[in-house]
Design a protein around this ligand. Structure first.
Ligand SMILES: Nc1ncnc2c1ncn2[C@@H]1O[C@H](COP(=O)(O)OP(=O)(O)OP(=O)(O)O)[C@@H](O)[C@H]1O
Ligand SMILES: [Mg+2]
Length: 273
């Protein structure tokens, strides 16, 4: 679903991504771990064309993310969820979810904010998936932070994306709410076959929710494996800082790719219809 080859990104003399090679399988829940400044957000932003790489290749959902001509089509297939649940507080919960449809409907419908019965039914289904259908008519600013983040997930689902990119989606939530939000995200991945790439700072959640974890340090991948393969030594490597990571990187061969959890063909079972 996502192929990254020799990807680099420089901001002036600051080399933020330094030769990333990564494949993400369809339906996989991939967690990216790494210290602050490692380049996690930059990598995610490259995946939906928000950031243009300096060199290398990146294809997501069949679209070249490095080519500005295909970025609009790419973004129809790639939804984003941010740390600060980027919902519109004064709008109702349902309207927020419907905004996830805006990229898919015609420009005129989008300007007039006209939505079909199908869009409404879809938005309600997405709210049901995050347990918030009973809040559809409420103003979003009446919800808790965790609930708002679930609205953000519902909106991402309403987009019917092939990929969801989640940048620290639980950074400002308490542990119980964080796990709930990640459970809903994982359910989307499992039940709808959506590929999820999720930046996290919490190693425990990475182990619990990720089919696979990659460790990013100083703009390089220094770990690639399953949660149960992630040892203390790998964590030291990931969090030891760019200089050490760079040295270790040359000396440490990457882990062999993990066995992926088989994802049933949900499309074939009609779950996506
Ligand atoms: N638009 C930009 N212009 C210049 N430098 C940038 C820009 N965006 C990111 N950077 C730099 O790129 C580096 C990586 O930033 P990035 O936000 O990708 O890190 P991160 O791993 O997501 O960190 P955090 O865990 O704190 O979110 C940092 O040194 C940052 O200052
Ligand atoms: Mg970040």
């Amino acid at each position: 679903m996502i192929t990254v080859r020799s990807l680099t990104k420089h901001y002036g003399s600051n080399a933020v991504l330094r030769g990333i090679d990564l494949d993400v399988a369809a339906g996989e829940f991939l967690v990216i771990l790494g210290p602050s400044g490692a380049g996690k957000s930059t990598l995610l932003r490259c995946m939906n064309g928000l950031v243009t790489p300096s060199s290398g290749e990146l294809v997501a959902a069949g679209f070249d993310a490095t080519d500005s001509r295909s970025v609009r089509k790419l973004r129809q297939q790639v939804a984003m969820i941010f740390q600060h649940h980027n919902v519109v507080p004064r709008l109702s919960v349902l309207k927020n979810v419907l905004t996830g449809r805006l990229g898919q409907v015609s420009t005129l419908s989008s300007i007039l904010q006209l939505f079909s019965r199908h869009d409404l039914a879809l938005a309600m289904d997405c709210l049901r998936r995050v347990g918030l259908d009973h809040k559809a008519g409420e103003r979003t600013d009446a919800l808790s932070g965790g609930q708002r983040q679930r609205v953000g997930i519902a909106r991402a689902l309403a987009q019917r994306p092939q990929i969801i990119l989640a940048d620290e989606p639980v950074a400002s939530l308490d542990p119980k709410t964080s796990r709930l939000v990640l459970q809903y995200l994982r359910a989307a991945c499992r039940e709808l076959g959506i590929t999820v790439v999720c930046n996290l700072h919490q190693v425990d959640y990475a182990r619990e929710f990720g089919d696979r974890i990659v460790g990013l340090s100083g703009g390089k991948l220094v770990f690639d494996g399953r949660g149960d393969q992630l040892r203390e030594s790998h964590l030291n490597l990931i969090y030891s800082g760019p200089e050490q990571a760079q040295e270790h990187c040359a000396a440490t061969s990457r882990q062999s790719p993990p066995e992926l959890v088989p994802i049933p063909d949900l499309a074939a079972q009609g779950a996506l219809s």
